[in-house]
Design a binder for this molecule. Structure first.
Ligand code: 5GP
Length: 362
């Protein structure tokens, strides 16, 4: 367990609002409860409950959004989420979030994202490198393997990149707006687009034009794929050939074959899949088959807050469930370098970080 915490890790699938600390949610909910805006005891019960279906998760997200969606809070949760990941030795974090519009809060998708960026710059406990190397190369060359001496104190560093999520409830125009925002923010650490939100809602054709446009413009794309049975959609998603997919729970034999030939990396979220009842035990998770087939996979958390997990815990779970030794765990983590959406300079630096940690694991 301790070793999994110590291991340098790469997180590729983390939703901002799903990663908020319970303590922060409860604190914010209490304030809203006192103002009479929400029923605090009901929200408290929901936050503290553990097992939940996929449907309940999305109901909960709507409540989370009520609690967290104002500029100052978005900034605060971004800061805390990055600090929490860095504290467990995540050295590269791709954080995804859905830009939100909210007239009552005078919030636009743009101002929402500015609040996120403010959160990245507000991080104090670690050094955050979120700009592309072309924008601030100094940041990267100064990025020394893991623990570095900085201002006489030990400061860790973490790379952060942002993915903008399209919510499946959105229209084509709203999805397009998110893609345009991502393009506008390319110099501010935004590198790609994610398609997420309730998989029972929305049609693939609605998002396709925006996703195609994103791809055409050089943004990287990752899709939540196969969270529910929907053969046609899964087929179309694999045909679209995204740079990565998340989950891949309900694929049919023909899809597995297509996926394996395509070599599209899969973001694996063990605890999330168990807690939302898409698998009944870790042992039967499709991770095992993909891993044995040497298909590119990366362990991820999905929502550390919602599912009470950490990335270290996901590695520990994989190691204990599938009987991995230290060296296998190290390589599983290190292999994710190849699937990060950031540029080669970042990848080189990450390789150095893993080199420096190698002797503790091999
Ligand atoms: P946000 O984008 O608001 O920062 O993070 C929460 C959002 O991420 C949710 O409203 C939902 O759209 C998306 N999300 C989080 N976890 C999951 C998941 O397991 N599956 C899907 N499809 N979407 C998710």
């Amino acid at each position: 367990e301790e070793l999994c915490r110590e291991l340098p890790k790469i997180e590729l699938h983390a939703h901002l609002n799903g990663s908020v600390r319970d303590s922060t949610l409860l604190e914010l909910a209490k304030v809203l409860g006192d103002q009479g805006a929400i029923d605090f005891s009901e929200v408290e019960g929901l936050i503290k409950r553990r097992g939940r279906s996929l449907k309940e998760c999305f109901r909960l997200f709507d409540i989370y959004h009520k609690i967290t969606t104002d500029h100052a809070t978005v900034t605060r949760i971004t800061q805390e989420v990055v600090e929490d990941f860095a504290a467990e030795n995540v050295v590269y974090l791709e954080l995804r979030t859905t830009p939100k519009q909210n007239k009552a809060k005078e919030m636009t998708k743009h101002s929402y994202m500015k609040a996120v960026i403010d959160g990245l710059t507000a991080v104090d406990s670690v050094e955050v490198a979120f700009l592309p190397s072309t924008v601030n190369a100094r940041n990267l060359t100064n990025f020394l393997p893991n623990e570095v001496t900085y201002n006489q104190t030990h400061r860790k560093k973490i790379f952060v990149r942002l993915l903008l999520s399209i919510d499946r409830r959105e229209t084509t125009a709203a999805a397009m707006e998110t893609v345009n925002l991502a393009l506008e923010m390319k110099n501010m650490g935004v590198i790609g687009i994610d398609l997420s939100g309730n998989p029972e809602v929305g049609e693939w054709q609605t998002f396709l034009p925006a996703l195609q446009y994103a791809k055409l413009k050089g943004l990287q794309v990752t899709l939540h794929c196969g969270e529910v049975r929907n053969n046609r959609e899964i087929h179309s998603m694999l045909d679209f050939y995204p740079q990565r997919i998340g989950h891949a729970c309900y694929l049919e034999e023909e899809h597995w074959e297509k996926l394996k030939v395509s070599k599209i990396p899969v973001e694996i979220c063990l605890t999330s899949n168990l807690r939302t009842e898409r698998i009944t035990s870790f042992k039967e998770h499709h991770f095992a088959d993909l891993y044995n087939a040497k298909h590119p996979v990366s362990l991820c958390t999905d929502d550390v807050g919602l599912f009470s997990t950490t990335l270290s815990n996901e590695y520990y779970l994989a190691a204990t469930t599938f009987g991995f030794n230290k060296e296998q765990v190290y390589h599983l983590s290190r292999n994710a370098i190849e699937f990060v959406f950031a540029d080669d300079e970042v990848k080189r630096t990450l390789a150095e970080i893993y080199d420096a940690a190698e002797r503790r694991f091999i």
